[in-house]
Design a protein around this ligand. Sequence first.
Ligand SMILES: *Cc1c(COP(=O)(O)O)cnc(C)c1O
Ligand SMILES: [Zn+2]
Length: 464
Amino acid sequence: MTDPVLQRCISPGCAAGYSVDEVITSCKACGSLLDVEYDWGRCAVPKSLRSFEEKWSRRFEPLCLSGVWRFRELLPFAPAEKIVTIGEGQTLLQTADGVAKYIGLNSGRCFLQYEGLNPSGSFKDNGMSAAFTHGRMTGAKRAACASTGNTSASLALYCAVSKLMRGIIFIGSGRISYGKLSQALDYGALTVQIAGDFDDAMARVQEVSKSLGIYLVNSINPFRLEGQKTIMYRVLEALRWQVPEWIVVPGGNLGNSSAFGKAFFELKQLGLIDRLPRLAVINAAGANTLHELYQKRGVRWGGGKGSTQPVIQYYGQLDRDGHRASTIASAIEINRPVNLAKCLRALEWCDGVVREATDQEILDAKAQVGAGGLGCEPASAASVAGAKKLVSEGVIGRDERVVCILTGHQLKDPTATVAYHTTDQEKFNEVLGSRGVKRAAFANRAVAVPNELDEIIKAIQLYG
Ligand SMILES: *Cc1c(COP(=O)(O)O)cnc(C)c1O
Ligand SMILES: [Zn+2]
């Protein structure tokens, strides 16, 4: 290896290397995904994870305040003066006993990692900060993404704050939640609405970026995943550097699960942890490509030699059936996850499992998360719904430490939340009934009273 950092094709049979100065999102030789690869011997890596604690005392420095860049030594691809940070990654790991009880864990064993506390309200900011940094290193003037909403909100925010690039976002028709769309519009990104769904928008943005030389910030961009590794560093930090038994994460384009696997693999390689946690990736039942391929068709990474035939076959079948992803968890309403190969690799490294959760299960889990405070958007609750399933199957033990990643903020998608809690059956049917959701087991219903003092007092005494 000539450079201390390279972009490396993940396919072991090819393993072509490219300079970090190149703007590419797939291997030029074989088309596989790329990793950012470090020659650790030539990087200044700390001897123990505890040494990162020292950065807190310097949090007046932006690179020490950032929840991404205070772990800079573990993603050392950028010179300090190129780093773009807006204070991302100030997140929280909450011990959630209410949720523990709901999913069948002993008290003190369930943790919720609140990524909704990021500046744009989702974990995407971790990755965006890293992708922007790489974009800046390569002199990018425009950046684009396809998005179910949160990537575009994050891109638009980084453009607005940094003024380094013009943001162009591709969205499908109809599905994007107003919370997310309002962010992109408010922050001033150019918004291109395609007559199609997310998978269509994703395919188009790749073509357009290539032909116009626009910097692509979807999670196919390996630098984005470097930023998302830090979510795991913060989880470890909050657990005083102890590795939990399980990390449970919703699966959409599979960038997070891929990044988490790489984070732990590298930490182990560096001798900074002595074992990897197990990884559970949770699909929505209405967008369950990973579940179908991994659990039902036995698709595996196999050290990079696993057969891709079943994948090609399955995608062919989706096309023939005109099958479209459909779930209330719009952030994971994706049928062709771009990081599939990397996620399969992460599942291999972390002895992983995949489950799917119905919209009913997702919304009930979401209500339980909300009841414990902070709350999350529907896609995030897939992690909790999946953990519940795994505990009931006995795959997760009741006394194991389980960290569920809450990927996005509760306010991102109020429509689903209000419909869940409503007393208006018509509203419920329109938003949720149409998706096979039959009941709101944990609804907190508003109490209707006449505008009369006595009646109001009576109602409060009755219910309060
Ligand atoms: C993007 C997103 C996901 C999906 O993450 P992937 O890394 O694409 O699997 C899940 N939840 C929320 C809230 C998201 O914004
Ligand atoms: Zn290759």
